[in-house]
Design a protein around this ligand. Sequence first.
Ligand code: 1CP
Length: 354
Amino acid sequence: MSELKNDRYIRALLKQPVDRTPVWMMRQAGRYLPEYRQLRSQAGDFMSLCKNPELASEVTLQPLRRFPLDAAILFSDILTIPDAMGLGLYFETGEGPKFERPIKSQSDIDRIGTLDPECELKYVMDAVRRIRSDLDGLVPLIGFSGSPWTLATYMVEGGSSKAFTKIKKMMYAEPAMLHSLLEKLATSVVDYLNAQIKAGAQSVMIFDTWGGVLTPRDYQLFSLRYMHKIVDGLIREYQGHRIPVTLFTKNGGMWLEKIAATGCDAVGLDWTININDARARVGDKVALQGNMDPSILYATPERIQEEVSQILADYGQGTGHVFNLGHGIHLDVAPENAGVFVNSVHELSRAYHC
Ligand code: 1CP
């Protein structure tokens, strides 16, 4: 396997010195890029892109051709696991993901078997292998999964949700039932991420998009606990290389110390916390990823630069910061503005590194 030509992203996660602050964007491949929309319409739909390693690799590389990003992220989705578990994932245009057979009872959970990622999810591993080969060491490849809690919200609600009434009902009326589902998901996520690492993912990230809708106590019991189990089960070093793991709970700033205590290498931050406070709270324990509000990409180039400059100053001198948006890039953002963002990070961050 090729050595990395640009390893800034891995080095920053491991708190090793870097020349500039590395940057990538959550959801950097996708609908805001006209070349993505064109390829998707050629392929037919989103899942056809995910299931075709050649196209998945092409889509992964599209943003890297436009912007000097320091990492690539596997083009796939967090909902591949529930789909492989037999829930029947489908997308209705303009409506987001849906499941034909959502989880309603204990017997639905009991029916879920153990996943063999190189079998039911072989298309994901094939995409990882293909992307690694196409990247040819340009930048590291990030593998990912949803957190058990976040996956469970989609599986129980039957799709996206705003109020999370079905899963919260299960959580408070049938907590043992929900725990049995989360337990199965945690096992599958460990196997899935370890398979991605063996296939070539050089770092992994766990998206806990909906952990922030829980009370502090329930966040620990129903979300963090299972992410902790996953961190404990992951391959941390592969073929002589350390594989950094990043945990991202949207709206999880208040639980930063607890997230950092799981043994992860980095914590992803959304924009509701100042990165200066975050750094003071975690000290040397973990690196930080984030945290510009993605909506700032609607602003003028000057305003985008100003915000980047402010966040760099807030983080301060030295390594341990991976610049990112605090959540996914919006689909109607002008690609040029993403370019302004990426270039600003590189140019303005030189002053913060020796
Ligand atoms: O073309 C299309 O219309 C499909 C849109 C789309 C895309 C481009 C979906 C459906 N998923 C993806 C790709 C994707 N999803 C990636 C790889 C691309 C990249 O980052 O460059 C990743 C990492 C994800 C992760 C993901 N999917 C998350 C966690 C991150 C986050 O944004 O919070 C979540 C919650 C999902 C579920 C999902 N899949 C797709 C959509 C539109 C959603 C969100 C639904 C919702 O808001 O509830």
